[in-house]
Every structure is written in structure tokens, then in C-alpha cells.
Design a protein around this ligand. Sequence first.
Ligand SMILES: NC(=O)c1ccc[n+]([C@@H]2O[C@H](COP(=O)([O-])OP(=O)(O)OC[C@H]3O[C@@H](n4cnc5c(N)ncnc54)[C@H](O)[C@@H]3O)[C@@H](O)[C@H]2O)c1
Length: 353
Amino acid sequence: MRNIRFGIIGYGFMGQTHAETIAKLEYAELAAVCDIDAAKRPAEQAVEFFDNANEFFAKGRFDTVIIAVPNHLHLEMVEKAAKSGKDIICEKPAAMNAEELQEMITLTQQAGVLFTVHHQRRLDQDFQTAKRVYEERAVGEVYVIKSSLYGFNGNMHDWHIYPHYGGGMLYDWGVHLIDQLLFMVPHKIQTVNARLRNVINANVDDYFNIQLTFENGLIAEIELGTYFLNDSERWFERHWFIGGNEGSCVIDGFQPEARLVRTSELLTNTPSKSTITHAGPTRSFGNPPPGRILTESVAIEQTAHSMFFDNFVKAKNKQAELLVKPAEMLRLMELVDLIRKSSEDAQSYPFDK
Ligand SMILES: NC(=O)c1ccc[n+]([C@@H]2O[C@H](COP(=O)([O-])OP(=O)(O)OC[C@H]3O[C@@H](n4cnc5c(N)ncnc54)[C@H](O)[C@@H]3O)[C@@H](O)[C@H]2O)c1
């Protein structure tokens, strides 16, 4: 297989994270870096450094660029990269909106270069485990999926707190969480209802709640709060709840723990007893009797983010399709645009894609 010579533009948090990953890949090397901040020059002498994007694309001796500049610059860098014939891995969100992304797709198609977006969270172990549970119908017919992520300090920083640069949590984490759902559920979305809030950040969203209804009736809810306080154990982590007609699956954490939860017997259409619970008189709610709730452990998928690059090198050598395809990104970005509109107008909208 042909090795990849990478160039990275934007050598901040994510650019440097990519450099660390590349250093561990046997089929890749870091050839060049570009950042307008000369203090970001890498220590390694063998890596060419540029502080100007035009020179980087014109003179840098690399074949694939990773674009890791702030979000409002993705289109500009994709255009420069396509025109200089480089294959492209662009950081998420691919673009500020679907219109920009369509322009990127056209530019890269015209130039005949590979174009993908770094949605490495398709390889998160919790997500891959949820996807397998869904696909294997381990909880029967799934009617609801809840995907959530909570934080405790409202943490937003640098350019992420300004809308102009593409700040806010919908662009930051939202696109990952939404992309996972679209990658998992192979049905069209019928309707979108979303609300974004600035809870403790003045200018950008730091809380959102998104409800998607799929054409098969499945309801998905994605919720993220950067300031969403609770004192339950493992609260400040990633959570999945997958509800089916034969049980539920609960997955917690980035180093996930997963379990299937079932009942030992269904009480539908059995003669009822009057029950007074803490909820008052109800036969449907309150605590189940001992032994009624059964729990099974679930094997965790052993995926890693570096598999994104394993796929990319295969795609570059025409041995595989790209894991993250431009058309999928366009659907995601169109949905993100509609999520913003739904929130601004306080309305639900049809999507039908
Ligand atoms: N996939 C993920 O999990 C993930 C995680 C974090 C960030 N990201 C994405 O990575 C991108 C970068 O985010 P970050 O948090 O690393 O930001 P950052 O601020 O840490 O780094 C951005 C870098 O780009 C440089 N830069 C700005 N303008 C430039 C220009 N015109 N030419 C060259 N360099 C320029 C800055 O000097 C800075 O070093 C964003 O698109 C973000 O959404 C993705």
C-alpha cells in the first residue's frame, strides 16, 4: 500500500492531536504543518513549517491535508487544497452550513481529490456497541433512542464562544451525536423538533435538545448540556438508552459499561390487584417486585479512533469506500441547518431525507 504524506493546517488542539495519531501509524508520516501562529512550529526538524496557507499548499511536500483550523475557515482551506490537488480530511463540522458544504463537494469532485470529514466518533466504543444492539435487534423492535452528554462547568473557550467562527455546542459536539444516529438508523427522518439555549454562555448555544422522528416511527432524542448538574454517579459522561419491545439497553461512559434490561414477565392483560405506591394508586408504575427486573451484560465493541485513518488509507489505495462519505455529510449539514431553524422558529419541521 502507498504511504500517506500528511500536511496539517491549523496546529492547535486538534492539529496536534492528529500529529500524535499519525506518529503511531505505520503507513503515514507528517511532512508539513501550517499555522499563522509561528509559536506552533513543531519541534521535529523533518517537518516543514509554513505560516501562510498559500505557500503551504503550493510548496508543501504532502499528498493529503488535514484541515484543523476554526470552522469558519474550512471552506477557504478546502478550496485551496482541492486546487492544489491534495486529498482532504476536514475537521468537523465540515462547513458552517449545507450551502458551503455543497460548494466544497463540487470543488473536490471537479478537482478529482478524495474528500472526507473527521467523524471519528463513529468509532467510539459506546456508539459501536449501541449500533450493534440496534442492528441485532437485541431489544426487539426499537421505538426510542436517547443519546445524551452532560457537563458540569459550561466549559467553552477561545473561538468556540463566538458565532462568527462557528462556535457553540451544536457545531462542536452536536454534529458528532447527530452523525452517530444517522449512521446507525437506516431510515429517512420525517420530522425535526429542536431547541438550542445559551444557558451560561452569552453568545453561543451550550444546551440543546433535538427530537427526530424516523419514517418507521422510531423517536430519537439527543440532549447535550454543558451545565447540566446532577449528583448521580457517572452523570458527567455519555449515555445511551435504547428502548425496544423486548427490553432496553443502557450504555454509560466513554469507557463504556453496557447492559440489557428485561422483565421476567409481562403483566399485560393479567388480572390486576389494587396497588398503592408512593406514586399513589397505580398499577403501571412504582417499584417492581424483587426478581422482576433482569439484567444481562453486553460485550463492548473494541474499536479505536485510529481506524478512521486505517479506512482512509484503504480508500486512498482504492481498496475500500470512505467510512465518512460527502453525501452523508451533506444530509447531516442540511439537518443541522433545519435544527437551527426549528429552534429559532420554535416549531417542528418536516425533513423527509
Ligand atoms: N473531531 C474532533 O473530535 C474534534 C475535536 C476538537 C476540535 N475539532 C475541530 O478541529 C478544528 C480546530 O479546532 P481546535 O479546537 O483544534 O482549535 P484551536 O484553536 O486549538 O486550533 C486552531 C489552530 O488554527 C490556527 N489558525 C487559525 N487561522 C489559521 C489560518 N488562516 N491558517 C493557518 N492556521 C490558522 C490557529 O492559530 C490555531 O493554532 C475545528 O474545526 C474543530 O471543530 C474536532
